[in-house]
Design a binder for this molecule. Structure first.
Ligand SMILES: C[S@@+](CC[C@H](N)C(=O)[O-])C[C@H]1O[C@@H](n2cnc3c(N)ncnc32)[C@H](O)[C@@H]1O
Length: 192
């Protein structure tokens, strides 16, 4: 199924999510067999986008998260999109990842960092640094002002966007910022 066909099958802004995701993938230029992690499954939109682009995706969120954006039926969405066989779910907390050091080529946080408690965002970035391969990259997608204003009409308590650079660990990461249609995109490449 193409991205356009998936967008017709799924509710919500999948086409915009995919457009912003495509900007990041163009910058990363990942190999087809890259090891990718999608943090914060939610409704599964970003994991579905990655799977539709041909990646085998590991995705997860904390099993204890009972907030509005967690515990969604992402698997039903993945079935509708025809990519369920390329997505594996494992519950985890990004501040204590149960993954080995140097496992991932790329880690994605689509609309997630601002939902993570500020007190553990530094720990999250340290876990990203540990679990990325040398030369690997992490991508944070955080909502632009216009996106937040739309979200606040239905969810007035939705948090403000986060600035990932405030939580960078000491080690050298090269930063690239892009502006998507829906999200600001922050890419950090670990020294290789
Ligand atoms: C708005 S949803 C993300 C949308 C999702 N990426 C998508 O494409 O549909 C926010 C997600 O952040 C997750 N989250 C919050 N705190 C987290 C943590 N400490 N570790 C991992 N995920 C977390 C929530 O469980 C939820 O899945």
């Amino acid at each position: 199924m193409t991205i356009e066909e998936i967008a017709q099958k799924l509710d919500g802004p999948f086409a915009m999510i995919a457009a912003d995701g495509a900007l990041a993938l163009a910058e990363l230029d990942l190999a087809a067999d890259a090891s990718v992690l999608d943090v914060g499954t939610g409704a599964g939109s970003f994991a579905i986008f990655l799977a539709a682009r041909g990646f085998d995706v590991l995705t997860g969120e904390p099993a204890t998260d009972t907030t509005h954006y967690a515990g969604k039926d992402w698997a039903a969405n993945a079935e509708k999109a025809g990519v369920a066989d390329r997505i594996r779910f494992e519950a985890f907390d990004a501040s204590r990842m149960p993954f080995e050091t140097g496992r991932f080529d790329a880690i994605f946080f689509f609309g997630v960092l601002h939902h993570i408690d500020e007190s553990v965002r530094g720990a999250v970035f340290r876990e990203v640094q540990r679990t990325l391969k040398d030369g690997g990259a992490v991508v944070f997608f955080e909502p632009r002002r216009e996106t937040l204003e739309k979200l606040w009409t239905t969810d007035p308590g939705h948090p403000e966007a986060a600035d990932p650079s405030a939580y960078l660990p000491d080690a050298a990461f090269a930063e690239t910022r892009l502006q998507g249609a829906m999200m600001d995109i922050f890419i950090y490449r670990k020294a290789g």
